[in-house]
Design a protein around this ligand. Sequence first.
Ligand SMILES: Cc1cc2nc3c(=O)[nH]c(=O)nc-3n(C[C@H](O)[C@H](O)[C@H](O)COP(=O)(O)OP(=O)(O)OC[C@H]3O[C@@H](n4cnc5c(N)ncnc54)[C@H](O)[C@@H]3O)c2cc1C
Length: 475
Amino acid sequence: MHATNIGAIPTTSTQRRPPSSPLLTTLKERFGDRLSTSAAVLQQHGRDESFFPTQPPDAVVFVHSTEEVAFVLSACSADKTPVIGYGAGSSVEGHFLAVQGGVCVDFSQMNQVLELRPGDLNATVQAGVTRTQLNAALQGTGLFFSVDPGADASMGGMVATGASGTNTVRYGTMRDNIVNLEVVTAEGEVVRTASRARKSSAGYNLTQLFCGSEGTLGLITEVTVRLHPLPEAIAAAVVTFPNVRSAVQCVIEAIQHGVPLARAEMLDALALRAINAHSRTALREEPTLFLEFVGSQEQINAQTEVMRELTNVHGGGEFQWASRPEERSRLWTPRHHAYFACLQLRAGSRSLSTDVCVPLTALAECIEQTQTDIAEHQLLVPVFGHVGDGNFHCMVLLDPDSPSEIEAAEAFGHRLVERAIRLGGTCTGEHGVGLHKARYLVREHGQAGTAMMRALKQALDPHNILNPGKVLPRA
Ligand SMILES: Cc1cc2nc3c(=O)[nH]c(=O)nc-3n(C[C@H](O)[C@H](O)[C@H](O)COP(=O)(O)OP(=O)(O)OC[C@H]3O[C@@H](n4cnc5c(N)ncnc54)[C@H](O)[C@@H]3O)c2cc1C
């Protein structure tokens, strides 16, 4: 075990860099009412789902076009004022908290679906379009956009966090589903990261450089994403297991047998208790798999046959099945509400929501050790995950006014990350680094890897104006 010092997390302003009066005047002249300094708007843009104290920006600009984003960046660059991108505000690791103040660029009104290209299986949208908006625009085309991080996140935010979700096991993460990006640099220059070809060997992969960069290397203004044909048939199932290990092993062996599961979600007994209380369901309060199968009816029959056999081998119970859309929705809705259900396990609590990802063969061990840790430290922590990806989430419920509970939650999160890295995994599979996890970059990537990231940041953002204080640990 590495004796990494957790260190103090920089949750409050270290060095505020507010915009100068001339900069505010320039922005006001250009944007009029679309520049806001009202307290309510600033508070809303300085607080996320985490328990961190609110860190408001000094101003919020509601942009409509790439050209406007370029204008803001070039003005802020000249003033050396921080600029923070904001999509739907659903990130959970303190990503957009304005720890040094500055100007927040809100993309929610930059929400045009620019072009659907069914023949090329892709679509181009402005960064503020949400995933449900894109899927609504695709109705009637026989295609859909697959990445589903639970919240109705924006496409720019999903690229910026490298998001994924329940159907990643079949369709891949955001990284796998981007064709190209339009990005505005710190100095206000507009760059396109790739062509619309399905593959390319031309030069460095700029598209992937911006995926997961959390607004620290440039602001994303347009996203071209891959689309997938809607499956002919879909079937959903729910099945319980005597313990977490057997539920996880069942999914892993299904993947090793080549069963192309569309979704494979595991929830522990505590999460099921929360769901029953919240959704008034009567599900068994045991480790449970929520599964989805897609394909032709024959393919689904073959997949479910293998799954039944594996479930029997691992001591699973009877399957509850659903194939009609309304039945599937009834079966899966409790899973989709799990986050808010778990929050209600303890009135007035907030959550330290953290995720890690490990190789498939280490997943059962990692979750079991984590549950032992939870019991030993008497914490209230529902565990659930996209187990087909080796990814799971822990929600540490805490009283946000209790320093000792926050300290215990942080210590748990630290042990969890150390465990995942020790088992060959990563400190975050999908939520991202934000403010919370910058301190683990060296642990995960080593000094040389982290130095390479610093060199990239220095080259692309020499005045450190793009979402400062995030991703990279303090030097
Ligand atoms: C209930 C719930 C469930 C969730 N489940 C999942 C899950 O299963 N999988 C998962 O991956 N995530 C999950 N999340 C987290 C969240 O939905 C994702 O991180 C999402 O991708 C954030 O998108 P957003 O539009 O809300 O971005 P925001 O929260 O607005 O911003 C996130 C980061 O991206 C930057 N950013 C935003 N827009 C741009 C832009 N145009 N250009 C450059 N940078 C930008 C911001 O500065 C910030 O650093 C969940 C969140 C909630 C509340």
